[in-house]
Write a new protein. Structure first.
Length: 327
């Protein structure tokens, strides 16, 4: 019922005269993906997002104004199972943003998220919020800061995320620099406070060299990540000191007509300081897209994550589809 109403609103917005929507184009996105892991976690998600203006400070769209107000909504639906328990989640979020200049943007989001445990026949509704600030300095330095609160079950914090209906407050800070055309560095800091009083800190550092930086895009580099939790929890993976490091590659290119592709690959050596063990892992992603990003387009996407230690392996695969149109 709610989804039908939102789709009707979307169609009305698409047919509204352009003078009612401002000079910039609006955005409507449909997105779905399904994920499976080797330890029997399964999740399928659907998302609808509509916004009165399409927005990207790093890669501006042709018609973007120097300043503007943005508003919109997003609907998320998740369904799946873990350790024999089925779950579903529904979230409705409204957003309000302000582009102050081509280099400064602020966005706030507020909504509600319902998690339903089908085995226990109970549910909980969690108010959700997020605030995000993005600053760009002369195309050389970008800084992003975000704070948000939400459930964790759909982020594979399991089985505790479902059984205990865990929530978290997250602070994320990202800084990217491109002082030289072909050299790019990035630092990411994430701090998380769980509703069960646990905490987590994550640091990711990377540097890359651009071999090709035009329509043909090829960057190679290295990355280091450190992850640590405040204390060990039996209901989800929570090492006190986990480190990975290794090469990273990004590739994108047009392939035929309006079709293009992009591929990413990380190969990591990992070390679990708690258990004194180490191993190898990799993360790969691929996307096949029809039409350019500034035109109505759709894409197929896949990801694969695997971690090996001794003769055992854990893996996760996902398959997705998204469609974006502008009005």
């Amino acid at each position: 019922m709610i989804l039908s109403a939102l789709l009707l609103i979307s169609l009305i917005s698409l047919s509204a005269p352009s003078q009612l929507r401002g000079e910039e184009l609006g955005l409507l996105t449909f997105d779905t993906d399904t994920e499976r892991t080797s330890d029997d976690f399964a999740r399928t998600s659907f998302r609808v997002r509509q916004q009165n203006h399409r927005r990207n400070l790093l890669w501006p769209y042709p018609e973007e104004m120097g300043s503007a107000w943005d508003w919109g909504y997003q609907v998320d639906y998740h369904t799946g199972q873990v350790v024999g328990e089925n779950f579903s989640g529904f979230a409705l979020t409204g957003l309000l943003g302000r582009k102050f200049s081509p280099s400064l943007y602020l966005e706030g989001r507020y909504g509600a998220h319902q998690l339903f445990n089908h085995k226990e026949r109970d549910f909980e509704v969690q108010p959700t919020y997020a605030a995000e600030l993005f600053y760009l300095w002369k195309d050389l330095l970008s800084v992003r800061a975000e704070i948000k609160r939400d459930f964790l079950y759909h982020e594979m914090v399991l089985p505790g995320g479902l059984i205990n209906k865990l929530k978290s407050t997250d602070l994320l800070m990202t800084a990217g620099a491109r002082w030289i055309e072909k050299i790019r560095t990035q630092a990411i800091l994430k701090m998380r406070q769980f509703s069960d009083s646990n905490s987590m800190q994550q640091i990711d550092l990377s540097a890359a060299y651009g071999i090709f930086t035009g329509d043909l895009w090829l960057w190679t580099g290295v990355g280091f990540e450190q992850l640590g939790f405040g204390h060990l929890e039996s209901s989800y993976w929570s090492p006190s000191q986990f480190q990975t490091f290794g090469p990273r590659v990004e590739f994108a290119a047009p392939i035929y007509g309006k079709w293009s592709t992009s591929v990413g690959l990380n190969v990591n050596r990992w070390i679990d300081r708690d258990q004194g063990v180490e191993g190898w892992g990799h993360y790969g992603s691929a996307r096949l897209q029809y039409e350019r990003r500034e035109e109505t387009h759709f894409a197929l996407k896949v990801t694969h994550l695997q971690s090996n230690q001794g003769g055992s392996a854990w893996n996760s695969q996902s398959l997705g589809f998204d469609f974006t149109t502008f009005f």
